[in-house]
Ligand binder design. Sequence first.
Ligand SMILES: Nc1ncnc2c1ncn2[C@@H]1O[C@H](COP(=O)(O)OP(=O)(O)OP(=O)(O)O)[C@@H](O)[C@H]1O
Ligand SMILES: [Mg+2]
Length: 330
Amino acid sequence: MLADRPTCVLLTIHLDGRETPAALAKVRRDSAGGPRGSSRPRLRKEAATAEELTLLEWAGLEAIQNACGDAQGLGVTRPLLLMREDAALVMSFVDARTLRSVVLDLSRLHPGRGRLDEAVAGCALAGRWLNTFQQSDFRGPGGSDRPVRQGTRDEVVDGLGAYGDYLGSPAWGRLASRGRGLVAAVLPRELPLAVGHGDFAPRNMLLRAGRLTVIDPLPRWQVPVYDDLCRFLVGIRLIGEQVHTHGLAFGSDTLDALEEAAVAAYLGPDADRAPLRAYQLLILMDKWTAMLDNPRHDPLGRLSRRSAALADHRVRREAERLLDLADTDR
Ligand SMILES: Nc1ncnc2c1ncn2[C@@H]1O[C@H](COP(=O)(O)OP(=O)(O)OP(=O)(O)O)[C@@H](O)[C@H]1O
Ligand SMILES: [Mg+2]
C-alpha cells in the first residue's frame, strides 16, 4: 500500500518479488458530503463521482501518452487497466521523486539538501510539458469538447471582483480593481482555450535524471491556455512551508528562478507576458481564498487557517508583484 486517503487508495503492484513496484493501482472513493456551505467564490464547482473521475483520469493518461510519449525529457506513466465499475485504474509505476519534494529541498529550513539547478530544470520541463500537451490539441475524453470555464475576458473581470469582495479588505479591493483594469487592457474578449490538465501542480510531477512525468490528469474543462501554467506558478509561490513561515523558507531569488524557467519554457523568449500575469492574479486569489477557507475543523485545520491569515500581507505583495510585472511588460 502506498497511501490510504479520503478520496482514493493507492496500491503498489510488485512482480517477481522485486522491491521497486512495476505498477500502481488507484482506487477512488466517492467523497462524503455535498456542497460545503462556504460562500467562497469558486472557479470550478461541479462535483463528480469516483467513476467519472476515474474515466477522466484514464482519458488523460492516454492523451498524455499520445502527446508526450516520444518527447525528449518527458516521461509517461502508461495506463494499463481500467476497472470502471470499481472506479479503479492501474498504471505503470514511475520510480522518481515529485517535483514538489525537489523544490522543498531548496528550503532554507533544510540547508544543504537541495540542488537549485535540478529544480530549475524540472520547472523548465513542466513548461515544456504543457506546451507539448497543448500542441497535441486533445479535445477531451472520446474527442468530445469539454465545457468551458473562464472562457471570456468578462468572466475573468467578474472573478477578480468576486474574490476582492470576498477578501473584503480595502487593500485587496484596490488590488482587485487594478487587476480588473489590467485584464480589460491585455486580455482578448474571447480567450484562447485548451483542455486543461486539471491539477497541474508540482506534487503531480515526477522527476528523475532530467526526465519529467506528469501524473494525475483530470481533463474536465476547456480553460484559458494560461490556466495550468498559472496554477503551477501560484502553487510554487504559495507552498505551505513558505506561507506559514512568512517567507522564511524560500528567498525571492530561488522562487524567481523557478518561475522564470517554467514561463520561458512555456512561452518562449519573446512572447508578451502581460496576459499571463493578468490571469495569474485570478488564480492567486482563487488559491489564496481556498487556503484561508481550509475546511478542516480540527485544531490543526484552525491553526492552519489562523497562520495563513497572518500571511495575508505577503500574498498581497505577490499580487502587487504580478501587477507591476504586467505593467512593465505592456
Ligand atoms: N504512476 C505513478 N508512479 C509512481 N508514483 C506515483 C504514480 N502515481 C502516483 N504516484 C505517487 O502517489 C502520489 C499520489 O498520487 P495521485 O496524485 O495520483 O493521487 P491523488 O490522491 O489524486 O493526489 P493529490 O490530490 O494529492 O494530487 C503522487 O504524488 C506520487 O508520489
Ligand atoms: Mg496528485
